[in-house]
Design a protein around this ligand. Structure first.
Ligand SMILES: NC(=O)c1ccc[n+]([C@@H]2O[C@H](COP(=O)([O-])OP(=O)(O)OC[C@H]3O[C@@H](n4cnc5c(N)ncnc54)[C@H](O)[C@@H]3O)[C@@H](O)[C@H]2O)c1
Length: 634
């Protein structure tokens, strides 16, 4: 039986802004026009002419003539140009050197640029010099570039199509390029498909004509089922951002080249199960419940960002068991809390709230009695963590004397004084502000006894956690006149929604400022969260670092350079590292660096290895018992 031979596929690839990130003549201009006072203006003119030529507004020959005229370049400037272009090869071409060299016989670089700089660049990735079709410069006797070889079809309009016609390629022809002249090959009936390459530049007029858009060479290879660099093309990484996360986050992920989907509100369990299937990175705020059931359908999920402080809405154990790293933004609103505390201290020590209330009733009570400056007053901070320390610095700037007490031995900032015990602090301070964490031992940390130890007329604030202050003791202290002013932002029982009534014995008490847990709620804090969380997620995706993760062992890793990084997440059982190293030894793999950290549930091993190794290594590492997830970074 006669079988039809498999058809050969030929790849026609453009050079400027496709193989390299830049237009070579723009770069040549930057070199040749150095020292000219009108350099910027001329460079801009060159760019405009390039764009007009590439999008088909003016003929190619005109665009080339005009540019060379402005450039006034010289042969001696070409080595510098080549050196710069070497560093500007498109990322996805660099990643896929293997594809270029293995298919060298059927890859053609067809460009309206110049062989003098194209050949050294493309041959460095395995393309054959004889498969480069481009123009050549003409020089005068002194080496000045004065024009180009007019006999070369590529120096004229429609030149690319002419070259392909002459090649008489027998098989499928795919064209990859960013310009209109690349599309023209397909338009002339000489190619089967035109891929608009948009990794470096996106020309709407060209994209409009394309059969497919290729945001990278990986995408082109993926589309054609061709072997590609194993590193995952970023545009295939899907990010799902819910609950109106700050636009900065969207921008940061898009700049990384990820495919970002945004939904305004939270999703319920069923909706999230549907939406999460192909998602690699999920960003939520406090209303999206990430349950174990949802996670069962999250087969691609690598990491979750909580764009808020708390992570109660996330089933952290289930995430850990699935090898999903969770990050949040614990400190992004520190400054906001500090500013509210300072504002309240001043309002309370001046009795502004009762005075304002009287004014609203029409009463004018002008008096200096019991109104004080904060300058020179003793501020006692209970808890000297992120917020406590920052408040310490700002309060000192206002002339307050800062005293602090922390269960952990903390370094005093500025002139702050450390107290040996809570009792010592309570006795010395004129104003007391609570900034401890919410651990359960801190329940009723401040109760009747503690109020008894305080000075009469104390100003008392709690903007940390509701349960650390015994509210009945506080109300008692207010009614006895022990406490002169109170600022409370957090409560043992808080309404779950804005529709629920706020119930508290503090309601109606004089000189008491009550706020609905908004210490950290500012636009700036939201923006900080919007950039902080993506930073953490990207560090994890791109580098493997888990520093700041709420459920993963924390590892801060050096940037990946000159090696491959293997990330192995496994149940925390003995012997995994030994098994991994046995595999490395078996295949004689040279390890550049290895890092291991465990928590009570999982182990996280990062191994940086030399670039060349057999594919079986990866398979064997994945097959180690108790492996939860395996990832490879290039
Ligand atoms: N009101 C708001 O909107 C809002 C916003 C952000 C943070 N917070 C709360 O503010 C508090 C402080 O936040 P942070 O970022 O500074 O936390 P942090 O963890 O950096 O600091 C807490 C400090 O309290 C200390 N501490 C714990 N128990 C103590 C005790 N019994 N006595 C003395 N020191 C004790 C810890 O050692 C630690 O240094 C937290 O409870 C946080 O939940 C509230």
């Amino acid at each position: 039986m006669l079988t039809k031979p498999l058809e050969q596929t030929y790849y026609i690839i453009d050079f400027d802004s496709t193989f390299t990130k830049v237009e070579a003549l723009d770069v040549l201009g930057e070199i040749s026009l150095t020292g000219r006072p009108d350099r910027d203006n001329l460079l801009n003119q060159i760019k405009i002419i390039t764009d007009r030529g590439m999008s088909g507004e003016i003929s190619f020959t005109d665009s080339l003539n005009l540019r060379l005229d402005i450039l006034k370049a010289h042969k001696s400037q070409l080595p510098a140009l080549i050196e710069i272009l070497m560093g500007k090869i498109s990322d996805s071409f660099q990643r896929n050197k293997q594809f270029l060299s293995e298919n060298a016989a059927t890859i053609y670089i067809v460009s309206n640029g110049f062989k003098e700089f194209i050949i050294p660049i493309v041959t460095s990735l395995g393309v054959l010099a004889e498969n480069v079709f481009a123009n050549t410069f003409e020089y005068d006797e002194a080496g000045a570039i004065i024009g180009f070889d007019k006999k070369n079809p590529l120096s004229a309009n429609g030149g690319k199509s002419q070259v392909i016609r002459n090649l008489k390629l027998d098989g499928e022809v795919y064209v990859i390029g960013d310009g209109y002249t690349d599309y023209e090959i397909k338009a002339s009936g000489l190619a089967n498909r035109f891929y608009a390459f948009t990794e470096n530049v996106l020309r709407p007029r060209v994209v409009e004509k394309a059969d497919h858009v290729a945001p990278s060479l990986d995408e082109f290879l993926y589309h054609n089922n061709l072997s590609r660099s194993q590193s995952y093309p970023k545009s295939r990484i899907k990010v799902l951002l819910l609950e109106n996360v700050h636009p900065i986050a969207i921008q940061l992920f898009e700049e990384e080249g990820f495919n970002v989907e945004i939904r305004k509100g939270a999703l319920d369990e069923e909706e999230l199960i549907e939406a999460i299937r192909d998602v690699s990175i999920l960003g939520i705020r406090s209303k999206t419940m990430l349950t174990a059931r949802v996670l069962e359908h999250a087969n691609k999920l690598m990491t979750v960002g909580a764009f808020c402080i708390g992570t109660n809405q996330i089933d952290l154990d289930a995430c850990t068991e699935k090898g999903i790293a969770v990050f949040n933004a614990p400190y992004s609103n520190t400054r906001s809390v500090v500013e509210l505390a300072i504002g309240e201290i001043i309002m309370l020590i001046r009795g502004v709230v009762p005075k304002s209330n009287l004014m609203h009733k029409g009463e004018w009570d002008k008096s200096a009695k019991n109104s004080f400056e904060v300058r020179g007053k003793k501020l006692g901070l209970v808890g000297y963590g992120n917020i406590g320390t920052q408040l310490s610095v700002v309060a000192e700037a206002l002339g307050m004397e800062v005293y602090f007490y922390d269960v952990v031995d903390k370094l005093a900032l500025g002139n702050a004084r450390k107290c040996k015990s809570l009792d010592e602090l309570l006795a010395v301070a004129d104003i007391i502000s609570m900034h401890t964490d919410g651990r359960k031992e801190n329940k009723n940390l401040i109760s009747y006894r503690e109020f008894g130890l305080m000075k009469n007329g104390i100003i008392f604030l709690n903007l940390s956690r509701g349960h650390i202050v015994d509210i009945s003791a506080l109300v008692d202290a207010i009614e006895r006149g022990k406490v002169a002013g109170v600022g409370i932002d957090v409560f043992p029982q808080e309404p779950k929604t804005n529709n629920e009534e706020f119930m508290s014995a503090l309601r109606g008490q004089p000189n008491v400022i009550l706020t609905p847990h908004i210490g950290g709620s500012t636009e700036e804090a939201q923006a900080n969260i919007g950039s902080f969380v993506p930073g953490k997620l990207l560090e994890y995706i791109n580098n493997g670092s888990t520093y700041g993760s709420v459920n993963f062992p924390e590892l801060q890793l050096p940037l990946l350079k000159g090696s491959h990084r293997l990330l192995h997440i496994h149940d925390n059982v003995p012997g995994i590292l030994a098994k991994m190293n046995t595999i490395f030894a078996k295949y004689h793999i040279n390890i550049h660096g290895q890092y291991l950290k465990t928590n009570e549930k999982i182990g996280y091993v990062i191994t940086d290895v030399v670039k060349e190794y057999a594919d079986e290594v990866v398979e064997e590492l994945k097959d180690i018992d108790n492996t939860i997830k395996f990832r490879l970074l290039y």
